[in-house]
Design a protein around this ligand. Structure first.
Ligand code: DC
Length: 222
């Protein structure tokens, strides 16, 4: 255990947690960990090396030695897998689904724990994911659980993808989002759920600015 402060923002896909986490990291001057990106990169590495997404032993070995580098280019998170820029590739819905499959494997989650803990550096860490407040940083002082209806999350995802030049369909996105929610919340290990000491926020009818202000108020003592 360490005294280095952590703010965790957990929630389902498209809840806005990544955007709010990045804004908070910038405001506080803290480090930022997008834990979902680690699962996305691992799934991408598996696809690249023809490893079955259900092969738990091989995937956990890969997770231990995953050649992954995160860096910031202005506001954008750059993700390198084995030196190759996969920042855009890992953001597709297929990549999210593949990530959700490898993330359900207990040995994979265990293999990625230390890698996530390494991000806890001074002056502090803001991190988003599914189990940041429950499993990875249970001693975090500030925990938020952000939700929104599946429809609204699908609409937001549609806009995000469009901005990145990726065409999609809102109803198909909503179905994929619901399927991923089910897998992430029903798995045996580290399922998606609020920590008992998390502040729950429903952003269905809140803009990102309002959520950011609310979370800023929660962290006013930092
Ligand atoms: O946050 P995201 O959509 O980029 O995450 C992609 C998948 O990775 C998500 O469907 C489940 C998994 N994940 C997880 O199991 N635990 C985390 N802390 C973060 C993501």
């Amino acid at each position: 255990m360490t005294d280095i402060p952590v703010l965790t923002i957990d929630g389902p896909s498209g809840s806005g947690k990544g955007t709010v986490a990045q804004l908070m990291a910038k405001k506080l001057g803290w480090h930022y960990l997008d834990s979902g990106a680690i699962y996305r990169v691992l799934a991408q590495a598996a696809i690249k090396h023809n490893v079955d997404l259900a092969d738990e032993e091989k995937l956990s070995d890969m997770a231990e030695s995953l050649d992954l580098v995160f860096s910031l280019n202005g506001e954008s998170l750059i993700v390198l897998l084995e030196g190759e820029d996969v920042s855009l590739l890992i953001r597709s819905e297929q990549a999210g689904n593949a990530a959700s499959k490898v993330a359900a494997l207990p040995l994979v989650r265990a293999a990625l724990l230390n890698r996530q803990h390494d991000f806890r550096q001074l002056p502090g860490l803001v991190t988003d994911g599914r189990d940041m407040g429950t499993v990875v940083f249970p001693d975090a002082k500030h925990k938020v659980y952000l939700t929104a209806s599946a429809r609204v999350r699908a609409e937001r995802r549609y806009k995000q993808l469009k901005e990145k030049g990726i065409e999609s369909n809102i109803s198909a996105l909503e179905a994929e989002i619901s399927e991923r929610d089910d897998r992430d919340s029903q798995r045996d290990v580290a399922p998606l759920r609020p920590a008992i000491d998390a502040v729950e926020l429903d952003s269905t009818s809140m803009g990102i600015e309002a959520v950011f202000e609310h979370v800023s108020t929660l962290c006013a003592d930092v």
